[in-house]
Design a protein around this ligand. Structure first.
Ligand SMILES: [Zn+2]
Length: 244
């Protein structure tokens, strides 16, 4: 059974709200992921994970937000970004829409590190209006269960952007997209750099878009494992009502 809000009618949502006030939102980004990672990784991964968590826990899932705060990737073609102020506003207005209908417990499954400060700012903004809601932010790649799998299989070649883990997940969920992408060899180098970086500074520091990863280690088989680990860990948080 689907728990995708987009595939329900309003009376179905009204009935759901009589017994439950929780909802999952997936937030991603549309941004470059190195020469071998697809541009939609951050929203596709968080959306697929959120949908599966919804099915496993009987929790509604809002349609995905495909865009996030990706200003630093703007020197790479295909990236589409909101500014932090706009992104915060979009999150606030979407959550307030749901709040108005009676949703109070919001689990945000996030797929992009650059969204974290803005998501926390949006939650503070909403809570500042004395609204009685609860937020759980889950950055799926930060889950200890996911990190321990990635450390074991990729070590320090996982990197920080265009990571082996996130590319693997979308190789599993979107295999067709990867058929056209050439296999390349990489060197996983890390460098000291200030943060945040402007788009031009980012491209100078990370010329092919990766940050310290060797994405040639990514496979759909790893992706399937990481996907299952992330879904199980988030579903457990929802069942136990523990924080993000
Ligand atoms: Zn990413």
């Amino acid at each position: 059974m689907t728990y995708n809000l987009a595939e329900k009618t309003w009376p179905m949502i009204e009935n759901y709200l009589k017994i439950k006030n929780s909802i999952l939102l997936s937030v991603g980004s549309t941004e470059q992921h190195g020469p071998t990672g697809i541009i939609g990784i951050d929203y596709l991964s968080s959306w697929e994970i959120a949908k599966k968590v919804g099915e496993e826990t009987g929790t509604l899932v809002a349609p995905p937000l495909c865009f996030g705060m990706a200003q630093h990737h703007m020197a790479f073609p295909g990236t589409m970004s909101l500014t932090p102020v706009t992104f915060i506003q979009v999150i606030c207005e979407l959550i307030q829409s749901l709040y108005r209908h009676g949703f109070r417990d919001f689990t945000v499954v996030n797929g992009h590190g650059g969204n974290i400060p803005s998501l926390n700012a949006a939650f503070s903004q909403i809570l500042g209006n004395d609204e009685e809601c609860r937020f759980r932010l889950v950055n799926w790649w930060h889950l200890p269960e996911v990190q321990s799998y990635e450390n074991k299989h990729f070590g320090d070649k996982n990197g920080f952007h265009a990571t082996c883990g996130e590319i693997s997940v979308t190789q599993y969920t979107h295999p067709e997209a990867y058929k056209e992408i050439p296999k390349l060899k990489f060197e996983a180098t890390t460098s000291e750099h200030p943060w945040p970086l402007s788009p031009i500074q980012f491209r100078k520091t990370f010329p092919d878009g990766r940050m310290g990863s060797d994405p040639s280690l990514a496979t759909a088989a790893h992706g399937e494992e990481i996907f299952k680990i992330a879904v199980a860990a988030i579903a457990q948080k929802l069942r136990n009502n523990t924080k993000g």
